[in-house]
Design a protein around this ligand. Structure first.
Ligand code: HPA
Length: 286
């Protein structure tokens, strides 16, 4: 166990780290992704649809530890999805694993370095909107960052993005519309709402669930918001979908388990995979 883990990574550290990461990827493939896709819990199956994939385990990338969260494979993949070059992250780094925010966001920033202009973030989430049953897919319209963290703490890297980034349209409206187009084309129902990101790893208390609902959030999870902040900071366009794996704590009157989250992901994951695949296929050329 080293403390490398817990050391903060400031924005000003990121250019050098991204240089090293980019060089490592470029030693393996010259593919320039049109988009980067982060596959959340239970959604890793989309990686099987990738053609001519080059897979790089996290631990082979400089400064990246192996993934530890259950249900996360921990690989960066580059390949083509229906002919469109993409990068995929099978698994991700979470702050609740003890990773600094400056590590959590490196995958999306690396995808940007490699050429992706669009980032698609997916996650498993609890439903705060009482109408969201397990299996609901929610296009992310906006987010609330309640992790208590930000990847932008510390000296800025002006070469990547501004000190005070605007967040008015963090979740690009045109991409949201494209996700809904893809849902219609695939005959998959998509809700839309606000994602609130917490640090975890506890699920919420019922009192917290009532508070988060009162704040205007529709789904709650333990990822995504730091990645969205960093991607927008770096000028990338961001889209996302939450897979609601369970009604949030207190609604069902029964304890939540990670197993039910993974099971609902396995169940609804293929529907979400179809939407993402269609969304990617129909993206305009960069
Ligand atoms: N809360 C937080 N994160 C989650 C949940 C939840 O209910 N379900 C899946 N990820």
């Amino acid at each position: 166990m080293t403390l490398e883990h817990a050391r903060p990574i400031h924005p000003s550290d990121l250019p050098d780290r991204l240089d090293a990461l980019e060089a490592t990827v470029r030693a393996r493939t010259s593919l320039v992704p049109r988009a980067g896709i982060v596959l959340g819990s239970g959604l890793g199956g989309l990686a099987d649809d990738l053609a001519d994939a080059v897979a790089i385990p996290f631990r082979e990338l400089p400064g990246w530890p192996a993934a530890t969260a259950p249900g996360h494979a921990g690989r960066l993949l580059l390949g083509t999805l229906d002919g469109v070059p993409v990068a995929m992250l099978q698994g991700r780094f979470h702050a609740y694993e003890g990773h600094p925010a400056g590590l959590v966001v490196q995958p999306v920033l690396l995808m940007g370095r490699l050429g992706a202009r669009t980032i698609v973030l997916t996650n498993a989430a609890g439903g705060l909107d009482p109408s969201f049953a397990a299996g609901t897919l929610m296009v992310i319209a906006d987010h609330i960052n309640m992790t208590g963290l930000t990847p932008l703490l510390g000296p800025n890297a002006d070469a990547i993005g501004p000190r005070f980034p605007d967040q008015t349209e963090t979740w690009t409206p045109a991409l949201r519309a494209r996700l809904h187009d893809a849902g219609r084309a695939e005959d998959v129902d998509l809700a839309e709402g606000v994602y609130v990101g917490l640090l975890g790893p506890t699920y919420e208390t019922p009192a917290e669930v009532r508070m988060l609902r009162g704040w205007g959030a529709d789904a709650v999870g333990m990822s995504t918001v730091l990645e969205a902040i960093a991607a927008r900071w770096a000028g990338l366009e961001v889209a996302g979908v939450s897979l609601v794996t369970n009604p949030a704590a207190g609604y069902a009157g029964e304890p939540l388990t990670h197993e039910e989250v993974l099971a609902a992901g396995r169940d609804a994951g293929p529907r979400l995979a179809r939407v993402i695949r269609r969304f990617i296929r129909d993206l305009p050329p960069a």
